[in-house]
Design a protein around this ligand. Structure first.
Ligand SMILES: [Zn+2]
Length: 226
């Protein structure tokens, strides 16, 4: 069966169990790994990230169950084990990361800035025992200097993007390192991918950065935040 047929059939079948007679689902080439949906009383239509195109049938079905669960009002329906295992696998990163990077036009796709190299930041974090080297992790600069957000991380795609505002000799290196560390903590969150991004565990790790407070003060002065 065509993968889109598998998707449609799966969503129709699960939708029926939840009382929806008219269900449609299709793959869309979103940049981010996400699902959008619209629905009325008995009708629902899903646009599913095409990163799921080669997912096994049981993963698609598990996703459908999670989404209909959410629609039914159970806000905290967790993603299934199948879904988490599949989307955090080595193969997922290997095949989807290049596609994600191609679609991310706002990224330079290089760790080398004009004055700072993000790989150097990562090496310092590894040397300090704050991070573990991860060959799958891609570090890149964003192109837009004017964003308030100093960095972001696609956990599933293992991509860390940093604002070029920090590629500046007047901003100390440790401030950049702190931001890379913050995003690294997201990237290394692994199974917590679908949980709350800045939970207590995260905050506990974050303050392990030796000049945490100073770095935060710098970012405040720059009117930027992590
Ligand atoms: Zn964060």
């Amino acid at each position: 069966m065509e993968t889109e047929e598998v998707l449609k059939e799966s969503f129709r079948r699960v939708g029926k169990e939840f009382g929806y007679d008219n269900v449609d689902a299709e793959f869309i080439a979103f940049r981010e790994f996400k699902v959008r949906w619209q629905r009325s009383y008995k009708w629902a239509s899903f646009k599913v990230s095409d990163y799921m195109m080669d997912a096994p049938g049981e993963v698609i079905e598990a996703l459908a169950r999670t989404l209909f669960g959410k629609i039914a009002g159970k806000e905290d329906v967790p993603y299934s084990e199948e879904m988490i295992a599949w989307s955090t696998s080595k193969d997922f990163v290997k095949y989807k990361q290049p596609v994600y990077l191609r679609r991310s036009r706002g990224l330079t796709r290089s760790p080398k800035g004009e004055v700072r190299d993000l790989e150097d930041s990562m090496s310092r974090l590894v040397d300090a025992g704050l991070a573990e080297a991860d060959p799958d992790l891609v570090l890149t600069w964003m192109k837009d200097k004017n964003l308030r957000k100093v960095g972001y991380c696609s956990v599933l795609m293992k991509v860390i993007a940093i604002s070029p505002a920090l590629d500046n000799a007047e901003v100390p290196e440790f401030v950049l390192d702190y931001v890379v560390y913050h995003e690294y903590l997201h990237a290394s969150g692994g199974m917590k991918v679908f949980g709350r991004p800045h939970d207590l565990d995260f905050r506990e790790d974050e303050v392990k950065f030796p000049r945490y407070r100073e770095a935060e003060e710098w970012l405040n002065r720059l009117c930027m935040y992590v």
